[in-house]
Structures are given as C-alpha cells and as structure tokens.
Write a protein that binds this ligand. Structure first.
Ligand code: NAD
Length: 355
C-alpha cells in the first residue's frame, strides 16, 4: 500500500531548502539557486530531482563532496567554444551561468559548443534547455555522472557500469506552440524514481531493474538503500546503452572531467560532466518557414488517433507543462518518508524549521 502524501507550497519549500543548504555552508546565492532548481523540478513533475535530494546534498556538504568555495576556471573561451572547469562547485549556478554565456555566443555566431567539467549534480537537465529555448535557441545536452558508483548495466551486461547519463534536446516555441523538450535519462527509469517507489512502497516497472545476481526484479529495495545492489537497465536495449556511452565520450572525455571508469576519482558524491551545443535557428534559414513547418509537423504527429482515448499523443515537454500548471495551483505532493528525511536533515543541520 502506498504511503499518504502531503501538499507543499512551492515558495515555502524553496525557502526551507535554501535555509538547509545555507546551514550546511553553501553561499546564500548558491543555496537560493540550487533550491530554486530543485523545487522547479518538483513543479515540473520530476520529484526524483526535486527537494528530496537535499538530505543527500547535506551529506555531500558535510563530507566535502561539493566545493562550497568553488572558483570556476575558464579553460577556453573563443567566439564559439566555452570550456569551464567548475572546481567541484554547485551544479545549478554553474550550469545556468554556462548556458547564459554560450547563448550569447550562439546568438552572435549561429552556433556554440560548451563544456562543464568537475561540477556537482546539475539536477534536472531540461531546465538548461528551457533557458536556451527562452533565448530563442535550439540546444542539445549530453551528461555523464562520476564520483558515484555506477547504476546502469550496459546492454547484455549483468552489473552496473554507467550513470543514468541524461540526454536532452530543446527547441524553441513558435507563436502557437510551446517549446519542444526531450529530457531523459538513458536508463529505463531514473534512480530517483526507484528511491521514490521504495519510499511509496510500490514496485518499479518490469524490465527496469536487475538484482545483484543480474536477474530481472521489480523490487526497488536493493537499489534504494545506501549500498546499491543490482543495476538499472538501459533504455531501449542497445540504443539507450549507445546513448549512455556517447554521454561518457562527449561529456566525460570532451568535457574534461573524465568518465565513470574506475580510474576516475569515486568518493561517493555526484559529479556531472556536460557537453552542450546551442544553435540559433536564424543561422539556418527562414525562421517564419521553420515555425510554420514545426507547427505543421506537430499537428500531424499529435493528430494520430490514440490507442487509448484517455491518453492522447503529446508534444515532448507537454507533461512537464501540464503538471507545473496543476502543482502551481495545488501545491507539490510529497510522501511521508521524504518529509521525514528532510526534517531529519534540518535537525542534523541545526535548523529549527520543519516541513
Ligand atoms: P521522463 O521519462 O519522465 O521524461 C522524458 C521526456 O519524455 C520528457 O522530455 C517528457 O516531456 C517526455 N515525455 C514524457 N511522456 C511523454 C509522452 N507521453 N509523449 C511525449 N513526450 C513525453 O524523464 P526521465 O528519463 O525519468 O528523467 C527524469 C529527469 O532526470 C530528467 O529531467 C533528467 O534530466 C534528470 N536526470 C538528471 C541526471 C543528472 O545526473 N543530473 C541523471 C539522470 C536523469
């Protein structure tokens, strides 16, 4: 049976997370940016990347697995290339700064590529594509994960060798259609969704997990604890495995922070590498025609008669928009176990407020 859920006001939740992160030693502007990024993920329906991560972030602060005094280093800064070493600092502020700078380059020159290495968890990657789309730019993002034990088995393998390595593509809105956003882990399901399933006392979808013997399981227990037992499976067999590998090459190798192979430092935090490309549609032709063609294609795809009339065909990005509208009005649902974990983190950090 699933546990009862509470509804939280997003502004209150953001303030609570900011307080906890500050209490752990984060600089106030970093804490506010990270908290906003997490709560935005909750609002968009990605609770796996929301405020429930604060207890893990608190552990990282305590163990020195995030650099609270990070000072970014620019490794390259040409007209169309930006390479940054984030010095182990917080993900959201470094990610947002990188996107802002790369968008200026792409708007001036039509195209830009940017990498970010040695950065703490970037959280929900779609937020960076949304930032670029709001500036009128197409963007592609490839992310790898290091410092953490691997979570995803390679196709045909029986133990974990990859992170959940997300791939994300954003395409700006047209006057009649909001931005396209494909933002996905390359595992069948994200690890946070296994943690939430365990907290809620429900099974994970079949085919998404293997146990420590390499056998299929729907029990989230083994992958929800501190000691990870088993592995997530790659999305779409060899195809997701290939994309996860591409993330290691693009984000880990080109990004300069390294791949998840055991020679790369593994202290138990979450470090991301990011490789992104930004494109100004105006550099590729007549933007009026592009907008009309985008709309025509979307109308065509979405008009496919649904197999189930309760589940119509959607434009990628629609699920996040729909849930954000609902949660902004009704509040963010949070299960009892996640609330307890957040309150325990507050207690350990000496914060008096509770959810
Ligand atoms: P998901 O499966 O919920 O959604 C994937 C994408 O599919 C989204 O773009 C969504 O808009 C789209 N989508 C969903 N249903 C659809 C439908 N019916 N029709 C059309 N499009 C649809 O996402 P996920 O794979 O569980 O990833 C969750 C989040 O985890 C992502 O935001 C990702 O960036 C994040 N993540 C981050 C890291 C990291 O290290 N920073 C690692 C892994 C995942």
């Amino acid at each position: 049976m699933s546990a009862p859920e509470h509804r939280l006001n997003p502004t209150d939740l953001k303030a609570f997370c900011t307080t906890l992160l500050c209490a752990g030693g984060a600089r106030p502007d970093d804490a506010a940016c990270v908290a906003a990024h997490l709560v935005d993920a909750n609002l968009k329906g990605h609770d796996s990347h929301g405020a429930g991560l604060v207890p893990a972030y608190a552990r990282h602060m305590k163990r020195g697995l995030v650099n609270l005094e990070a000072s970014e280093q620019v490794l390259a800064n040409t007209s169309v290339i930006l390479r940054i070493n984030a010095d182990g600092g917080w993900g959201a502020p470094a990610g947002r700064r990188l996107v802002e700078r790369a968008c200026v380059k792409a708007s001036e020159h039509g195209l830009a590529a940017a990498t970010l290495g040695h950065v703490h968890h970037l959280g929900r990657i779609g937020a960076y594509a949304e930032q670029a789309a709001a500036a009128g730019l197409v963007s592609l993002h490839f992310v790898n994960v290091t410092d953490h034990a691997p979570l995803v088995a390679p196709y045909r393998g029986s133990d974990a060798r990859f992170g959940t390595n997300p791939v994300c593509i954003g395409y700006p809105a047209t006057p009649s259609r909001p931005a396209f956003l494909l933002d996905m882990a390359t595992s069948q399901i994200a690890l946070g969704k296994v943690r939430l399933a365990a907290n809620r006392g429900v099974a994970v979808p079949s085919g998404s997990l293997i146990d420590k013997r390499g056998m299929p399981t729907t029990d989230p227990g083994g992958m929800a604890g501190f000691e990870l037992e088993g592995a997530l499976t790659p999305l779409g067999k060899h195809k997701g495995y290939g994309l996860a590998f591409a993330c290691e090459l693009l984000a880990g190798v080109l990004g300069g922070g390294g791949t998840i192979q055991p020679g790369t430092t593994r202290k138990g935090g979450i470090t991301n590498g990011l490789f992104s490309i930004f494109i100004d549609p105006a550099a590729f032709g007549d933007t009026d025609w592009m907008k009309a063609e985008t709309d025509a294609m979307a109308r065509y795809a979405l008009a496919s008669p649904p197999m189930d009339w309760d589940s119509p065909v959607l434009y990628p990005g629609d699920p996040e928009r729909a849930i954000a509208g609902k949660r902004a009005k009704e509040g963010i649902p949070m299960d009892e176990v996640t609330i307890r974990q957040l309150n325990k983190a507050a207690e350990e950090l000496g914060v008096v407020e509770r959810l």
